[in-house]
Write a protein that binds this ligand. Structure first.
Ligand SMILES: Nc1ncnc2c1ncn2[C@@H]1O[C@H](COP(=O)(O)OP(=O)(O)O)[C@@H](O)[C@H]1O
Ligand SMILES: [Mg+2]
Length: 459
């Protein structure tokens, strides 16, 4: 066994990417495991491609890295247990622990843990049998939640009435759902908690605003919910970094909604607040280093969600991967997923007879106006013959222009872009942080201008 890397990540999304950036700054070497190709993490550090449900694949990561952590809580605890056995390693190399992970990845076990520990949290009942027990105990309105795998509201539904409950039967009949008391909260809060065997602490309490169940804005709450958040982490016997989501009730009480055993969207402000970032703290905890004391300036986060169904061209250039978006319908792909011109143009020319743009000169390439080209009418449109270089240029221009305009008009905006290869409405593509007075309004204005210019450049 040769543990070549200091730190391995189960999952290669944006949370792994930003944690790896923090680790690299500290001189650590990192690797990630993810089923996807060209993941946000793989663009900046070595990566293995493999299923996170496959103990053999997970064992490869344990064989490669001295310490291992995760960036999502969906890897089955059982898979990790088997992987440790295959790799001949013990659990001490993993943060968070397996028991904590197993509790958190089942939202019902989470609720049970909070109640056992006396940490206030809404009542929940598993949806089993004819559901009468859940309906009697919870009543209406109720919230239906998938016990496993939910994120960004994908496993959350409201049932205000028995009739509405019936409309969700197709989903809940599939099994592993629970019914939960609806909380008429006055606002939602989030606290990042860090806990090692010797240190426990919190980052400042933030207020969060969800739109369609997806986190949209995060800003200082002006209140301290750290005691409730720490109680939640203790309830799941958690060690490591945790994002704790809470409800503040109209009577000023805190109820625990849920916990994530990793960096969390609501902690992204720490990248620009002037103190230690949640990612560095996560790396310190996973490596067994002492924690840093988190203090910094008031900072607001706004998320940038996908604006359209966009696919990215993944460009490999000089060993670097860049991702750039084009409208999916602009791409004519064959079954192998690779774009092919309908007929091969003469060497050096595209199908329009124009010289193919040098890839080093993408920013100056002429991009035909899609409208003039007959709109974005799918495969039959003229886009079939566009050279790869031209398509890449179109996409490069789109995001470069949006960035240029953002930085020109909002110099205080810090843009963080995750490098995802596909954009979908509602998918987190990046975020903007703004610090200082009036940071919330400034961040929202900056985000609006970024989205507008991104949208415009795709028209
Ligand atoms: N019991 C509840 N009462 C009222 N709203 C809820 C409740 N549970 C969840 N929500 C709303 O749905 C959002 C998503 O639910 P959550 O349990 O956090 O799932 P996810 O894992 O998708 O983030 C929450 O941020 C909150 O706005
Ligand atoms: Mg949540």
């Amino acid at each position: 066994m040769s543990l070549v890397y200091d730190l391995g990540f189960l999952g290669g999304g944006q949370l792994a990417r930003m944690s790896i950036m923090a680790a690299q700054r500290m001189g650590l070497t990192c690797i990630s495991l993810d089923p996807g190709e060209n993941t946000p993490a793989s663009q900046i550090a070595p990566a293995m491609r493999g299923s996170l449900d496959d103990p053999e694949a997970v064992a490869h990561l344990f064989n490669a890295a001295a310490r291992v952590t995760l960036e999502n809580e969906f890897i089955p605890a059982q898979t990790i247990k088997q992987a440790l056995i295959i790799a001949g390693r013990d659990e001490s190399c993993l943060t968070p622990g397996i028991l904590t992970l197993a509790t958190i990845q089942d939202k019902y076990l989470q609720r049970e843990a909070y109640h056992r520990h006396g940490a206030p949290s809404p009542l929940a009942v598993p949806l089993e049998g004819d559901y009468s027990e859940a309906i009697t105990k919870i009543g209406f309105p109720m919230v239906l939640k998938a016990r496993f795998g939910g994120y960004d509201g994908k496993g959350t539904r409201y049932a205000r009435t028995p009739v509405e409950f019936q409309t969700h039967r197709g989903l809940i009949d599939q099994g592993n759902w629970m019914a939960e008391q609806f909380v008429p909260f006055s606002r939602e809060l989030a606290v990042m908690v860090y806990r090692s065997k010797t240190e426990t602490g919190t980052f400042p309490t933030m207020e969060t605003v969800q739109v369609n169940h997806v986190c949209d804005q995060v800003f200082p709450a002006g209140i301290d919910a750290s005691a409730a958040a720490i109680a939640a982490v203790e309830a799941v016997q958690g060690y490591g970094l945790f994002g704790v989501e809470l409800f503040e009730t109209t009577t000023g009480n805190f109820l625990i909604n849920e916990i994530a055993p990793r960096p969390h969207n609501t902690g992204h402000y720490t990248l620009d607040w002037g103190g230690v970032s949640q990612f560095e703290q996560h790396v310190r905890l996973a490596m067994g280093f002492p924690c840093a004391l988190p203090t910094g300036a008031d900072t607001c986060i706004v998320n940038i969600l996908g604006i359209d169904d966009l696919k990215s061209d993944v460009l490999q250039r000089d060993g670097l991967v860049q991702t750039q978006f084009v409208k999916e319908e602009w791409i004519s792909s064959d079954t192998d997923g690779i774009r092919h011109p309908r007929e091969e143009p003469a060497p050096g020319l595209n199908r329009g007879g124009d010289p193919v743009q040098e890839s080093t000169n993408l920013h100056n390439a002429t991009v035909p106006d899609p409208i003039e080209q007959g709109g974005v009418e799918v495969q039959s449109s003229d886009y079939d013959w566009l050279s790869q270089e031209t398509l890449e240029a179109a996409a490069t221009k789109a995001l470069l222009k949006a960035r240029q305009e953002l930085f020109a008009s909002h110099p205080q905006a810090h843009l963080h872009w995750y490098g995802k290869t596909e954009s979908r409405p509602g998918r987190k593509m990046g975020h903007i942080n703004v610090s200082g007075p009036d940071c919330r309004n400034k961040a929202i204005t900056a985000r609006n201008s970024f989205i507008e210019s991104w949208q415009e450049s795709l028209r």
